[in-house]
Design a protein around this ligand. Structure first.
Ligand SMILES: CC(C)(COP(=O)(O)OP(=O)(O)OC[C@H]1O[C@@H](n2cnc3c(N)ncnc32)[C@H](O)[C@@H]1OP(=O)(O)O)[C@@H](O)C(=O)NCCC(=O)NCCS
Length: 132
């Protein structure tokens, strides 16, 4: 697997493209051999350039093969990230399941309530994190 230059046209043709935000982050096309299999990137945290919010889409036909974990680990390595955070809608079961499988953990209830109170997390979202 390789992280290649972000391909806007490929991204625009992806199903589910509205599930990620690409306006203010660092993005790559995920290549597997000579095939484009998805988009991965992160929005850097305001507090540290070693932390960011993950954004990922795997093309439909390549899902369920563990590519999420591989792509996110490559991204974290490339940018020497210490933490990746994921904000995921509660009904996005595939994404929650896949991130947990990749080693992400839920933030604790007190942090969750704090973020909700501050307007940084919606009640219909979960916040996960992975330490690298
Ligand atoms: C989330 C996403 C990137 C996961 O990528 P992936 O490479 O398929 O992840 P994995 O290979 O780890 O597989 C995901 C897990 O979800 C499961 N899964 C796949 N589709 C599912 C669905 N519709 N409902 C429930 N589970 C599903 C798979 O069975 C797999 O679990 P398993 O290995 O225990 O069987 C991919 O589903 C996707 O691109 N979704 C649309 C965009 C999106 O939601 N991005 C995340 C925004 S936070």
């Amino acid at each position: 697997m390789k992280l290649a230059k972000f391909d806007k046209k490929f991204y625009n043709n992806l199903e589910d493209k509205e599930k990620i935000l690409i306006n203010k982050g660092i993005f790559y096309t995920i290549n597997l051999g000579n095939k484009k299999v998805g988009i991965v990137g992160f929005i850097p945290s305001k507090f540290s350039d070693k932390q960011g919010f993950i954004q990922i889409i795997i093309k439909q036909e390549f899902r369920g093969k563990g590519l999420l974990e591989q792509a996110e680990d490559l991204l974290a390595k490339k940018h020497e990230l210490e933490y990746l955070f994921a904000t995921i809608k509660k009904d996005n079961i595939a994404s929650i399941k896949s991130h947990k499988k990749a080693g992400f953990k839920k933030i604790n209830i007190f942090k969750r309530l704090f973020l909700i109170k501050k307007g940084l997390l919606q009640t219909n979202e979960v916040r996960l994190y992975k330490k690298y």
